[in-house]
Design a protein around this ligand. Structure first.
Ligand code: GTP
Ligand code: SPV
Ligand code: MN
Length: 595
């Protein structure tokens, strides 16, 4: 049992709030996390004792542990996630809304006594490099030892945060309890005006690690609009050319659509001398800085990554990152203390324990690992970590990339004509749904900027904020769209993806630095075949063309279908975006008649 109950701060705002919340939740004990190595060891031991964590084989996976979540609690729950602004209009048509008073009352009822017999962990953390003026402090109060341990990997956690906070009242107030872990009593409520998040009934990822989606995206996007910056669902990568030129790009792909993989890319042989390094794999906070450029920091400290499909061919850097000191959630286990998942390099063992904890036999039609099974790994494990990952100033961004999962229509890579056109393309991005959120209809949904579940206010106003940023950035990044997921008539991906994504990335970098030409299509610029390095790629030119082509019939249907989306956004939709769509549709129709 935790022993340390003395309070390591005299901050009256913090002490008063912790006391008030403890009075509500009625834990048996309050434990203040300091983020030390000794603490991590002792909390881990307690989690093992409580059977929350299962140790893996210390020879094969030193410092690694396994966690089975409740089978009813395996992903984010967008239908149970709420933005609680004073008016429904402020939350907008894409968010669930609850009146703040009603939300505090309803969740207050669920929190009342929810921690009886349990420990309340006080988890102070910093989002962003510790010395950065852009960083934000959060305090998460949770009754989950698993959450406390995850927060220790995903954030700069403990004393560092209390020291930075000092006596200030400026911190995010996060309250979390797994409570009964019942889908009927599960709510993730955000109060942007109070810089507060209340989450009850789930212990999983984005629902429960409140620094991540709740603070670093939903609350931060709300603050960013007022303060003139951007909080985005983007990876940040560093590309170093053989001549030593270093560039940075940020890329937004929806959940489970390739951010972690792209941020850890290893270039194919023909790109000898090129190095890709990771600054961040999920979230970017971006502000105007030196040279009038957009500068980005990664607010996180670790990776909460999708496990299935990760192997030594697709993502060797992720494989190295999860060799040690990693928590695995909902993959399959082997009797000898290793882990397995669909899409790992090796065949499944004949017999394993599946993600639900039940025996599993090779040949079973059930998946052994849950499709949204995850690893939590410290970013210091990544052999390709950028040396600027902790830089308080961040890194200057040359290109912004948006990419969904689309089996048709969207070409491998497309450059926007200008900022407004780029914002329009991003605001209408579509993507096929994945296992990262529960209860979504299969098929394409609009996922603007890959932020649909994470915009902390009205979507139309968010688009306007993006348009407004143009005049704030003297040297703006160029805007691109990519699609690694287009399929051929055989139903297979046309493009091999992963490391091969270096080829379109190289074109993106060259375009950003004004060094290569392009082909103008009705909907944007695409590469000329001769400008893509295709050496060593085992694809026919015809397949590459199929992956890159802009089919005007498909685009006419696409542009027509975007109307419904814009209608949904309603009266705050910026007129510029509505006009972009109408103009493009007209151009496509004219081109089709002519062609
Ligand atoms: P979140 O953590 O949910 O935000 O996901 P993410 O955007 O980081 O996605 P991630 O990189 O974890 O990839 C999700 C899934 O897409 C995995 O199963 C990958 O193997 C697969 N994937 C990633 N990149 C590619 C690619 O270039 N091509 C194809 N076909 N699949 C990819
Ligand atoms: C996502 O769904 O975009 C994730 C995983 O990165 S979670 O932290 O659960 O939101
Ligand atoms: Mn994500």
């Amino acid at each position: 049992m935790p022993t340390k109950s003395e309070r390591p701060t005299t901050n009256p705002h913090l002490l008063g709030w912790v006391e008030e919340m403890a009075k509500l939740c009625k834990p048996d004990r309050v434990y203040w996390c300091d983020g030390s190595e000794a603490e991590r060891k002792s909390l881990t031991e307690q989690a093992v004792e409580q059977k929350v964590l299962i140790p893996l084989d210390p020879k094969r996976r030193p410092g690694c542990y396994y966690h089975h979540s409740n089978p009813n609690d395996v992903a984010r729950v967008e239908h149970l996630t709420f933005i609680c602004t004073p008016t429904k209009e402020e939350a907008g048509p894409t968010n669930n809304w609850m009146d703040p008073k009603e939300a505090y009352r309803k969740l207050g009822g669920l929190f009342d006594g929810a921690m009886k017999g349990r420990t309340l962990y006080v988890v102070p953390y910093v989002m962003g490099p510790a010395g950065s003026e852009f960083s934000k402090i959060g305090i998460e109060l949770t009754d989950s030892i698993y959450v406390a341990l995850n927060m220790g990997i995903m954030t700069r956690m403990g004393t560092v945060a209390l020291e930075r906070l000092g006596a200030s009242n400026d911190f995010n107030r996060g309250l979390h309890s797994v409570a009964r872990c019942s889908p009927d009593e599960r709510f993730i409520c955000h109060f942007p005006q109070d810089n507060t998040v209340w989450s009850v009934g789930s212990g999983y990822g984005g629902n429960a690690l409140l620094g991540k989606k709740c603070l670093a995206l939903r609350i931060a996007s709300y603050l960013a609009r007022d303060e003139g910056w951007l909080a985005e669902h983007m990876l940040i990568l560093e590309a170093e050319s053989p001549r030593g030129e270093v560039s940075y790009v940020a890329a937004a792909f929806p959940s489970a659509c390739g951010k972690t993989n792209f941020s850890m890319l290893i270039p194919p042989k023909t790109f000898e001398g090129w190095r890709i390094r990771t600054v961040g794999d999920d979230i970017a906070w971006m502000r105007v800085g030196d040279g009038g450029q957009l500068w980005a920091v990664n607010p996180e400290y670790g990776y909460f990554g999708v496990v299935p499909g990760t192997n030594n061919t697709t993502n060797p850097n992720a494989m190295r990152s999860i060799e040690k000191d990693t928590l695995f959630t909902n993959v399959a286990r082997t009797a000898d203390g290793d882990v397995w998942w669909e899409g790992k390099d090796n065949e499944p063992y004949p017999e394993m324990i599946d993600w639900k904890g039940a025996p599993w036999k090779k040949g079973s039609t059930e998946k052994a690992a849950h499709p949204n099974s995850r690893f939590t790994a410290p970013m210091s494990n990544n052999p390709a970590l950028s040396r600027f990952a902790h830089d308080p100033k961040g890194v200057p961004i040359s290109a912004l990339i948006f990419g969904g999962r689309r089996s048709t229509t969207v070409p491998l890579v497309l450059q926007s004509f200008n900022w407004a056109h780029g914002v329009y393309l991003a605001s209408t991005m579509g993507s096929e749904t994945t296992a990262a959120a529960e209860g979504l209809k299969a098929g394409v949904r609009r996922d603007p900027m890959a932020m649909l579940p994470f915009i902390g206010y009205d979507a139309g106003s968010y688009f306007q904020h993006w348009l407004d940023m143009q005049s704030r950035i003297p040297n703006p990044p160029k805007i691109f769209v990519v699609n690694w997921f287009r399929k051929g008539s055989d139903g297979k991906f046309l493009w091999p993806g992963y490391g091969e994504n270096m080829r379109p990335l190289k074109w993106i970098l060259d375009r950003s630095h004004g060094r290569v030409s392009a082909m103008e299509t009705t909907v944007g610029f695409i590469p000329r075949m001769e400008d893509l390095n295709l050496n060593g790629l085992s694809l026919s030119d015809e397949t590459v063309r199929d992956a890159m082509k802009v089919d005007l019939a498909e685009w006419e249907a696409e542009l027509e279908s975007q109307r419904e989306w814009f209608d949904k956004i309603g009266k705050t939709l910026p007129r510029t975006l509505a006009l972009q769509r109408e103009m493009l549709l007209e151009k496509v129709r004219i081109a089709r008649k002519a062609g």
